[in-house]
Design a protein around this ligand. Structure first.
Ligand code: 1HE
Length: 260
């Protein structure tokens, strides 16, 4: 347990590191200090834990970019700022362990870009999603034009950015912005529960899922299938996979459950 400059709370629950954005008085706006703290905590967790949950303190997940810090940045400073977010979110998305996010209240602008860089998004039924960049006179800079557009499609993203449209959790799930919607107040617990399940997977499988899937989806069909055959063979021949396959055949492993 610990705090990184107080803007980020770091705890652990078994193999799962829980990182809480902790600027509730500023609605967890993503200041440079908070982004740096997040980068350090993610890198530390990638060495010591088997999964990460990111959530927000107070009434909101995150109000996005800290607009107070943004004013007065020159164009080149803006490029460096955006590229820093890209580097951190890329390291998280194509890292060694899965990252889950627990979303509640506002999931806005850069907050949505951060959520989109996590692998599984669990939204509280009261969460709302928006991209107010258009109304603020700016553009996405935290990878949203790539990740958010790929999740929900360019047309929906264009509408949200142009009109300031805010969408609720059910709509967000239908649009692929989150994979789960849970009753109010339960997002963090659900995200931790799911993270613990993923933490129990074979390390090589998780690595392949996180690193091969996004790359293969960027490839042509033929290249994707070719790469898949190698990742598949490599993963299945790890000692951990062999033991898990043997456990199933010996009836020592759990069966697939029915949907609940
Ligand atoms: C902030 C920020 C912020 C709140 N930067 N300080 N993001 C936005 O355009 C969203 C702007 N925020 C809001 O629309 C609202 O704050 C919320 C809907 C998220 C929450 O409303 P509410 O009523 O709970 O809080 P509040 O009273 O609006 O804000 C409380 C304080 O947080 C207040 O400061 P105070 O000193 O007056 O107490 C707000 O100014 C402050 N605050 N949001 C700085 N974002 C890499 S590019 C990404 C581009 C973007 O992310 S654009 C989207 C920016």
């Amino acid at each position: 347990m610990g705090e990184i400059g107080e803007v980020l709370r770091v705890e652990s629950d078994g193999d799962v590191a829980i990182l809480t954005l902790n600027r509730p008085e500023k609605r967890n706006a993503l200041s440079d200090a908070l982004i740096d703290a997040l980068a350090n905590a993610v890198e530390a967790a990638q060495r010591s834990s088997r999964a990460i949950v990111i959530c927000g303190a107070g009434d909101h997940f995150s109000a996005g970019l800290d607009l107070a810090e943004h004013a007065g940045r020159s164009a080149i400073e803006g490029v460096h700022h955006s590229r820093r977010w890209h580097a951190i979110f890329d390291r998280m998305e194509q890292g060694p362990i899965p990252v889950f996010s627990a979303l509640h209240g506002a999931v806005v602008g850069g907050g949505l870009e951060l959520a989109a860089a996590t692998h599984v998004r669990v939204a509280d039924e009261g969460a709302f999603f928006a991209l107010p960049e258009g109304t603020r006179g700016i553009f996405v800079g935290g990878g949203g034009s790539v990740r958010v557009a790929r999740l929900m499609g360019v047309a929906r993203m264009t509408d949200m950015m142009l009109t300031g449209r805010s969408v609720g959790a059910a709509q967000a799930e239908a649009w692929n912005l989150c994979q789960y919607v849970v009753p109010a107040g339960e997002a963090r617990a659900k995200a931790v529960e799911l993270a613990k399940k993923a933490a129990g997977n074979a390390e090589m499988s998780n690595y392949a899922i996180l690193n091969a899937l996004p790359r293969i989806s960027d490839m042509s069909r033929g290249d994707g299938l070719f790469v898949e055959s190698f990742v598949s063979a490599m993963t299945a021949t790890s000692p951990e996979a062999e033991e898990r396959l043997r456990a199933f055949l010996d009836k020592r492993a759990a069966k697939v459950g029915r949907p609940q």
